[in-house]
Design a protein around this ligand. Structure first.
Ligand code: SF4
Ligand code: SF4
Length: 420
């Protein structure tokens, strides 16, 4: 597919800039911002789901601030998008990241009825969650714990994914914070460190040790028949297989669809490569791709000016880094935010990657002796995960990697589960 034919496969639509929590690591914390005009939002949705966009399947996520602050608008936009998708014969997949505080039964009724997938942004037990303060200055743990119980009751066996943010202050208790969710039945847990924080060596070591302990818990849980998912590690393990099969660092960079197959629209209708650029590039607008008035598809055709082969730190390019086959660090938005250049990887990211690599090394080393872990990876990586990975790659440069994907998947067949 040529640049001119690029598809829009995901629209991140900012519905409000306001948030009712004050999280130190978030740009939108505790803000009384504006909301998007409903007509502008409908125009963006119409373009994403219209016939001019050749993608048959389009993701639509509602961002904030806290999106549920404008739940009435979300209801109207979901109904509008569903109708628009029906009319154009497309599939629309809704998602909504939320801090949970405003969830109630009637909200959940609507979200379930219309297939809006929740992504729960919360950090675990009280000392971690209470760092996210309410506007009145109180901790948020008590309310979030009650809402998690509500979600567990309402969603039964199909609980939404949890997205945990790990800061230097909470890294040492990663294992306990994850267990807080697992004990409540949540089984799909993303965790990600705050890259912008100043991590000391001791904090990085705490994080690495906590990940190692958690990796041991994961193996034990899988062995006991619990199907726990940690996409952070699954993705790292998938990437290692690709790298060993010959994938280059430049291909790793294509895992990110920002400004290629995905765009974000802010509350003013300006278009950016992804949701992070909305925060990071608001003033300079160096990577803004246009506006809803100029058209989302034109923005996708313009695309993020990013050359994956140039990725690297100030000291060395990723392609000559000995860690490249073990490293999943890539985020043009963070490069822009921390180093002023989408191609530059801040060394904090390399250090955080190295901390995580210890747990992933351990998981790989246990693969030959842990059939449950092997089976899980075969299911999640060799089947779903690998396909997802290739779908991401394909989303970025459609067609170019298709033949390669077939070869690598064939190479992974035959029931092999161990590290190669
Ligand atoms: S460790 Fe840093 S320099 Fe090396 S591959 Fe990863 S991001 Fe690139
Ligand atoms: S990896 Fe970074 S640039 Fe890419 S979509 Fe995610 S936040 Fe945006």
């Amino acid at each position: 597919m040529t640049r001119a034919q690029r598809e829009l496969r995901h629209l991140c639509l900012f519905v409000t800039e306001s948030c009712n929590l004050a999280c130190a690591y978030c740009f939108a914390s505790n803000r009384e911002g504006q909301g998007i005009d409903a007509e502008l939002a409908r125009q963006a949705i119409d373009q994403a789901l219209g016939a001019d966009n050749v993608a048959p399947d389009v993701g639509l996520s509602f961002w904030g601030g806290e999106p549920l602050l404008v739940f009435g608008l979300i209801e109207r936009l979901v109904l509008h998008a569903a109708e628009r998708a029906r009319a154009s014969g497309k599939r629309v997949r809704f998602s909504l990241p939320t801090n949970l505080t405003l969830l109630d039964d009637s909200t959940i009724d609507f979200l379930q009825r219309h297939g809006v997938a929740l992504s729960l942004s919360c950090d675990g037990e009280a000392p971690a969650q209470d760092r996210r303060r309410t506007r009145a200055g109180a901790g948020s743990f008590a309310v979030v714990r009650d809402k998690l119980d509500l979600v567990a009751r309402r969603y039964g066996a199909r609980l939404p994914a949890v997205r945990m943010t790990v800061s230097p202050a909470t890294a040492a208790r990663l294992r306990e914070n994850v267990r807080f969710f697992v004990d409540r039945g949540f089984d799909h847990i993303h965790f990600a460190p705050v890259v912008e924080a100043d991590w000391s060596e001791r904090e990085l070591d705490s994080l690495a040790r906590a990940e190692l302990a958690l990796a041991g818990d994961w193996i034990a849980a899988l062995g006991a028949g619990r199907r726990l998912r940690f996409p952070t590690w699954e993705k790292a393990l998938a990437w290692r297989r690709h790298a060993r099969a010959g994938a280059s660092p430049a291909e790793r960079a294509l895992l990110c669809g920002a400004g290629r197959s995905m765009v974000a629209v802010d509350i003013h209708g300006d278009v950016y490569p992804c949701q992070r650029f909305v925060f990071y590039d608001k003033q300079a607008r160096k990577h803004a791709l246009g506006s809803v008035h100029g058209g989302l598809l034109a923005a996708v055709r313009t695309g993020l000016a990013f050359d994956a082969a140039r990725l690297g730190t100030r000291a060395q390019p990723c392609c000559s880094c000995p860690e490249h086959a073990r490293c999943t660090a890539v985020c043009p938005a963070l490069g822009y935010r921390l180093c002023g250049d989408v191609h530059v990887v801040d060394e904090r990211l390399c250090l955080l990657g190295a901390a995580q690599a210890r747990a992933v090394d351990y998981l790989e080393s246990r693969l030959p002796d842990e059939p449950a872990l092997g089976r899980h990876l075969e299911q999640v990586l060799a089947v779903a995960g690998q396909r997802d990975l290739f779908a991401w790659l394909d989303r970025a440069e459609p067609g170019r990697l298709a033949a390669r994907a077939g070869e690598i998947l064939a190479g992974l067949g035959g029931g092999r589960t161990g590290a190669q």
